[in-house]
Design a protein around this ligand. Structure first.
Ligand code: FAD
Length: 138
């Protein structure tokens, strides 16, 4: 099986409430679990940043479904990488919202707010990995 890690960011169509995020995560966690896909989603400042890890064909198919979702637009793939093993295996889909940690991590790369457009692949993956250590329970 060929494993990949896919990273993208997008802009929310409207401001997402906690209930909106719960609806996305509930569906995502059930679907991802069934397909052995894992990852992490961050939402803040009207941006989504998500990393998906799993079988190459399944991750690609899921990404196409997600990209067509009307809850966001302007979807940009930051990168896709072949991987030996998953970094987020414990999360069907972890979640992080606005937090002091996110603000601190963005400050470290010179940003005053969450702006995935300012991140390269490595910075974005590292940010999500750091956030996964203290993800928000939603
Ligand atoms: P349905 O659930 O039938 O939805 C079809 C369309 O209806 C959606 O594309 C959306 O435009 C709309 N819709 C559905 N529910 C709502 C709602 N509560 N409010 C408003 N509009 C709605 N799915 C995963 O399986 N794994 C993921 O990791 C994942 N990550 C996501 C990340 C983001 C940022 C977003 C926005 C969505 C994510 N989803 C994820 C959801 C995914 O886009 C699909 O909605 C989901 O996979 C169900 O697919 P479906 O074909 O059954 O669509």
């Amino acid at each position: 099986m060929k494993l990949i890690r896919l990273l993208y960011y997008s802009q929310a169509t409207r401001e997402m409430s906690l209930a909106d995020m719960k609806a996305i995560l509930e569906k995502a966690r059930a679907n991802n679990h069934a397909q052995d896909i894992c990852g992490m989603l961050c939402y803040d400042n009207n941006y989504f940043l998500q990393i998906l890890e799993g079988d190459a064909a399944e991750v690609t198919e899921l990404f196409l479904t997600i990209a067509a979702d009307e809850r966001h637009h302007s979807v940009v793939i930051v990168g896709v990488q072949g991987i030996e093993s998953k970094v987020f295996p414990q999360w069907d889909m972890g979640y992080a919202g606005s937090s002091d940690t996110l603000a601190k991590l963005m400050k470290e790369i010179g940003c005053d707010e969450f702006d995935p457009e300012a991140l390269n692949f490595k910075q974005a993956a590292t940010l999500l990995y750091e956030l996964s250590k203290e993800q928000t329970q939603v």
